[in-house]
Design a binder for this molecule. Structure first.
Ligand SMILES: Cc1cc2nc3c(=O)[nH]c(=O)nc-3n(C[C@H](O)[C@H](O)[C@H](O)COP(=O)(O)OP(=O)(O)OC[C@H]3O[C@@H](n4cnc5c(N)ncnc54)[C@H](O)[C@@H]3O)c2cc1C
Length: 629
């Protein structure tokens, strides 16, 4: 733990070097004016950057200055690039890239399209991380993980997968579902001393606890009894109510309150369940409706005999409606970054060599070609859009002017139309002339903050010795730790044996139990943006040592690199029956928010209030359909 971390010194050095090269042209008086174009540097390769990634340093400063009203002071008069496009898309996430793809399908491949994004890489949440381990490259996902329930995708979203050459059945052989079990590894639970009195890693499944498992856990006799009671409960706690009435009750009750006040659990038992909902909701059971937890199959509801599906006036989150019997295997080694990369390949074939869903896995994206040459489509990274306005009256204007800041300078381009595929909370700042009701609805979409940390390991012998492949840690800094998915695709071979290098995943949601969900997200975002890399690193070294130290884990020698994907603006906000609505379908904030405005239309997964890739695609399709002819 005390070893000086040469790795971090190296990272800080990298950040400084990159930062200097990113200074705006002409900022240093002794140097001649050179155009700002870091992407042209042959060393520019964001997937291999380590340290703080996701919403990386430098990606949000301009946006926050715009929010705070301080941007104008630092910028001069925008420079008119003279560039004219048919379409400008704001945001190079899956929604923005899909919008560009759909537009070209409708208007032909010669259509002039510019995609702008404030990050240094394409994909938005669909982020690729790479590590070098000897002569081998390890690939990980920094955000969007998998294609969830593809059979339930809309025809439009399925069509995009088909356009990109993605055959989901390929994952049935690419994803080795039994690799860890063959090695004798299973799930585990880590009890930390701060909450449970002692550090203990227990083999066993937190989703199917047994008396023997609980006996090995550092829990009081009362907590053991009550945790087991939840799993074995068969009582109808709402006798005399219909299934719909019971659902309505559950929709207004958090799972925590259900456990405490309906199942009468002792408070001692609650920490065991608290973070179960972090993965999907980014908050604990205090802020997730019991109704959703029933839909997810959590324990404690068997005796209620609820009919399947939603209830009157309460929608199950679309995920639960979607969640059919498909296995969770539709995963590229870099997650859905492969979808973003395949979209780029369609838009700019010269940028990413190859033709298939397999060769894309190891193909190297040539960032220098994204915004170069005579290609009709361009992707301009490191560019924060700060203003989108019609040139003239929105009802009759022929053009939209888009102002963005790149390398410290403001510049403008014009376009026949614009799709806003970035985060909804930012749109009122870009288009202050939108109707007030629409701006309020756009601001409703408070995104969920999350951290996906990838740790490159020299080997994973100590983890294998503990007999686990995935550990839930109900009260620790990282609530879940997991070996990477065992997926081999194209030329990529994932780590097969504990002696090989591998990527370990650590997940954190910076929530603040006790507050309403959106306030938890706001507080979590502030926390994330003020937490330095060293803190994330300290916690992971400490936690991994406490979990796997008995098997010989030594952070000083076992960890070879760390990438912390900080998503201050993560999942799209999904409505929560504890605080939101009920609304008529067409009065939901996301519907009010996504109304077209002259030549400007609005996409992003926020527009569906659904944090999934198919929502990003579906909303892009709608936004392109809504563009004026
Ligand atoms: C950690 C994480 C894990 C996830 N896992 C899954 C999963 O397993 N499966 C799944 O289906 N979905 C998952 N999701 C949901 C994910 O959000 C969607 O899948 C999808 O990738 C969202 O795409 P998007 O284009 O709507 O938004 P984003 O990916 O956020 O893209 C929007 C882009 O616009 C940029 N932007 C915003 N404002 C501006 C501006 N003013 N100027 C320039 N650029 C701007 C943003 O910086 C961003 O790059 C996950 C999300 C996160 C955060």
């Amino acid at each position: 733990m005390n070893l000086p971390i040469s790795r971090r010194d190296f990272l800080d050095g990298m950040a400084i070097a990159l930062g200097a090269s990113m200074l705006p042209a002409g900022c240093r008086p002794d140097e001649p004016e050179v155009p700002f174009a870091p992407e042209r540097d042959p060393r520019y390769y964001p997937p291999a950057l380590t340290g703080l990634r996701g919403n990386h340093p430098g990606s949000f400063d301009v946006a926050h200055q715009l929010r705070d009203g301080t941007l104008r002071k630092t910028l001069g008069r925008p420079h008119d690039t003279g560039e004219r496009y048919d379409l400008v898309v704001v945001g190079a996430g899956i929604s923005g890239l899909s919008a560009a793809h759909f537009y070209r399908k409708v208007h032909g491949e010669a259509a002039q399209v510019l995609v702008l994004d404030n990050h240094d890489d394409i994909g938005g949440h669909a982020k690729r991380n790479e590590f070098t381990a000897g002569d081998r490259t390890l690939i990980g996902y920094g955000g969007t993980e998998s294609i969830e329930s593809p059979a339930q995708y809309s025809a439009v979203a399925k069509g995009v997968l088909a356009d990109l050459g993605i055959e989901v059945r390929r994952f049935y052989t690419a994803f080795d579902r039994h690799r860890y079990a063959r090695l004798g590894l299973g799930p585990g639970i880590f009890f930390d001393r701060e909450t449970f009195g002692t550090d203990r890693l227990v083999r066993g499944d937190a989703d199917a606890v047994s008396r023997t498992l609980l006996q090995r856990a550092p829990l009081s006799a009362v907590a053991r009894r009550d945790i087991l009671k939840v799993f074995q409960d068969r009582q109808d706690h709402f006798p005399g109510l219909t299934s719909d009435e019971k659902k309505t009750r559950l929709a207004r009750l958090s799972y925590r309150d259900y456990l405490l006040t309906i199942l009468h659990l002792a408070p001692d038992a609650i920490p065991f369940f608290q973070s179960r909902t972090h993965d999907l909701y980014g908050v604990g059971i205090d802020a997730v409706p019991a109704f959703d937890c029933w839909g997810l199959g959590y324990p404690g509801f068997a005796g209620l005999h609820l009919a399947p599906g939603s209830g009157p006036g309460i929608g199950l989150t679309p995920l639960l409606e979607m969640n059919e019997a498909e296995p969770y295997i539709f995963h590229f080694p870099d997650g859905n970054a492969s979808i973003a990369r395949l979209l780029v390949r369609r838009l700019l074939p010269q940028a990413l060599p190859g033709r298939t869903m397999e060769d894309v896995v190891t193909a190297r994206l040539d960032y220098a070609t994204l915004d170069a040459g005579a290609a009709p489509t361009r992707i301009r990274l490191n560019s924060t859009v700060v203003r989108v306005r019609h040139v003239g009256d929105p009802g009759s204007a022929r053009e939209v002017e888009i102002t963005y800041v790149r390398g410290g300078r403001a510049a403008t381009v014009r376009a026949g139309a614009c799709v806003l595929a970035g985060w909804h909370v930012m749109i009122p700042y870009l288009c202050p002339e939108l109707p007030e009701r629409q701006r309020t609805a756009l601001s409703y979409a408070v995104k969920v903050p999350l951290v996906y940390t990838n740790v490159a390991l020299r080997d994973w012998k100590a983890i294998a010795k503990a007999g686990v492949a995935e550990v839930v840690a109900p009260s620790s800094y990282y609530y879940r730790v997991s070996l990477d998915f065992p997926v081999d695709l194209g030329d990529y071979r994932s780590s097969r044996t504990p002696a090989e290098p591998a990527v370990l995943k650590l997940f954190r949601t910076p929530c603040h139990p006790g507050l309403p969900a959106r306030d938890q997200h706001r507080a979590g975002r502030t926390e994330l943006l003020t937490t330095p890399f060293a803190t994330f690193e300290h916690h992971l070294r400490d936690q991994l040592t406490r979990m796997f130290g008995a098997g010989g884990f030594d952070p000083a020698t076992d960890i070879t690199a760390i990438t912390v994907n900080r998503w201050a603006h993560g999942y799209a906000y999904e409505y929560n029956s504890l605080w939101d609505g009920p609304w008529e379908d067409d009065q939901r904030p996301c519907v009010v928010a996504r109304q077209p405005f002259g030549r400007i239309t609005i996409a992003n997964s926020d527009a569906g209030a659904f944090a999934y890739t198919n929502s990003a695609i579906d909303q892009a399709w709608r936004a392109v359909q809504e563009l004026p002819a």
